[in-house]
Design a protein around this ligand. Sequence first.
Ligand code: PLP
Length: 390
Amino acid sequence: MRRVYLDNNATTAVLPQVLAAMQPFFGEQFGNASSIHHHGQEARKAVEHAREHVAALVGARASEIVFTSGGTESDNLALFGMVQPGDHIITSTIEHHAVLNACQRLEKTGCEVTYVPVDGRCLVSPDDVKRAIRKNTKLISIMMANNETGVVQPLEEIGRIAAEADVWFHTDAVQAVAKVPVDVNKIGCDLLSLSGHKVHAPQGVGALFVRKGTLLNPLFYGGRHERSRRAGTENVPGIVALGEAAKLAKEWFASGGADAMSDLRDRLEKKILDSMESVGVNGDGAPRVPNTSNIHFDCIEGEALVIALDLKGLAVSTGAACSSGAVEPSHVLTAMGLSPDLARASLRFSLGKQTTSDDIDFALSILPNTVAKLRELSPLWKKKQLATSR
Ligand code: PLP
């Protein structure tokens, strides 16, 4: 059975070149990067080489890159490492749970948090961020690209506001890196999170950019790894893979990969909008990363559509979270003002670097029929059809 994967915001396939680069570090090049003998030195060289590639991808210096276990750890390190009880944090309502749940925990330990809203296009207003600043504001944490809608936030403006107010600025760029050009100096951020498995490197590796001079406390205590900012023996194969993926991402941008990807995404989106009724793009009209399309299919249960499409070979997802047996609508889509029903009726299509035009054709060949069949079973859809025919 043919299988097409359009869920690259959940995780990406490790690219063959990335796998080839990391493989020796499971075998003959197995050293601990802290050892002073040959094996250790070879591992150290590879880690530092990877650090340069990751730094180059985001416009940082190599010494400003801290390797972590992934996006969640990078976000937690940025937040818990920067604030103390009594400090105030500004974040947004549409952040990933790696930021939102860390903020909730910080509130319990005596920090104050302001969650700025978004508009109907999923955009944070820089003015809202500015207005939220208080005397005790220590950190602003606003994501670069949203994982559900792909909407890119006005970070340069927020960066200027943070600098003027002398407040540290973190951005979760897990869904932006390797999709849009990212430059920490243009953004003006002090901390930036990224994750390996969203950029065609493996799961379990990531990085945090920490601008020189940023007063970050570590989360872990142990050896002096990563300049004492992240104790623990480095994941050498994972780090090498992340370095290779960063190098490939730069080449991909240079060869027009991002434009080709947005052409594919736009074709998918346009065909869906043209061929089906009562559908719409969530986040339409806002700047978006080139790989993501979040679409609502009125009167459909998103989970049911995901399962029906999976049975036909297409992997996509909803932003819904399953809690205590009930499907909660996405906090991102409801923050944008979608009704819980429309949020539940939304699907995320996310392309990867290996997605082909044929994959898009395949998706388009099965979607309309599958949606129509589910709508036939929907009492809400029948009611809507009756109302419009009157
Ligand atoms: N931040 C965003 C925006 C994400 O999309 C994700 C993962 O989905 C994370 C953080 C967490 O990253 P990781 O899975 O590497 O822990």
